[in-house]
Write a new protein. Structure first.
Length: 267
């Protein structure tokens, strides 16, 4: 990795440490936003818990978050977004599922759900770690994208709570499942295509998942050089990917990879 890349990693880690209280952090105002009408009322529910601009656009204007861009008022680059500025990944997921966006992982909310996508989530509060673990052990299916060095562009500066999570911080729940997420600072910075789950996916500065001692009632299988882990946890299952580059706003070449992973995790 270049010196600039290493400096960005160090700065991101410092900002996260300084802000403190990040385990209880939630994006401001999102818990008060009304849910948009579902496109497929009869489609199976799929919960989405993410800091990426997949369901809500990354914007300073709350009205644009709620209504989407209108002609002439969108000054951003939304290549790779669908009609009306909708993120391509949301469009892809809503082709088969009714998305249920979550701002917090609560046991009562999760109880009514069978499937959950966590894409570069914020750090979890202790109660959220417990709720997630109990939900998976009870039979829940989880698809988790955990990127140790997010390369998604953001219009918001480091430390801004509206910014996607630069460095995923999920050590408590991963170690409870017998996993560790590692990062090689000397790997090449460029986007590259690698094998994952029977196909090719774009990655950039990905992590590596490794089994560790101490997993509680879980059995994890590491695949594709550590980029993918599939864990049987109680009655449920977690499919974990150590990168989130395939979900970047303009990266349409991640659509087929996302489709394969969703089928693998939930079918």
């Amino acid at each position: 990795m270049s010196m600039a890349g290493k400096a960005r990693l160090a700065l991101a880690a410092a900002v996260l440490a300084i802000t403190g209280g990040i385990a209880a952090w939630a994006l401001p105002g999102r818990d008060a936003e009304p849910m948009p009408a579902v496109r497929q009322a009869n489609a199976p529910a799929l919960a989405l818990f993410t800091s990426l601009p997949i369901y809500w656009r990354e914007t300073d204007d709350l009205s644009q978050v709620l209504d989407g861009p209108s002609d002439g008022d969108d000054d951003g680059d939304h290549s790779g977004e669908g009609h009306g500025g909708t993120h391509w990944a949301r469009t892809a997921l809503e082709a088969d599922y009714r998305l249920v966006p979550l701002d917090a992982l609560d046991g009562e909310d999760l109880a009514s759900l069978k499937r959950l996508v966590m894409a570069q989530p914020r750090p979890l509060a202790p109660a959220e770690n417990v709720a997630l673990d109990e939900w998976v052990r009870g039979g829940g299916r989880l698809l988790l994208f955990a990127d140790p060095f997010l390369t998604e562009h953001s219009r918001f500066a480091l430390g801004d709570k509206r910014r996607p999570q630069d460095i995923v911080l999920l050590s408590p729940i991963l170690s409870h499942w017998g996993l560790e997420l590692r990062f090689d600072e000397d790997q090449p910075e460029a986007v590259r295509m690698v094998a994952l789950g029977g196909g090719k996916v774009p990655v950039r500065l990905p992590g590596t998942l490794a089994r560790i001692e101490g997993g509680v009632g879980s059995d994890c299988r590491i695949e594709d050089g550590g980029l993918l882990a599939t864990c049987t946890i109680g009655k449920g299952r977690a499919t974990i990917v150590a990168d989130a580059a395939m979900l970047e706003t303009g990266r349409m070449d991640g659509a087929s990879a996302l489709d394969r992973l969703v089928q693998r995790a939930f079918d």
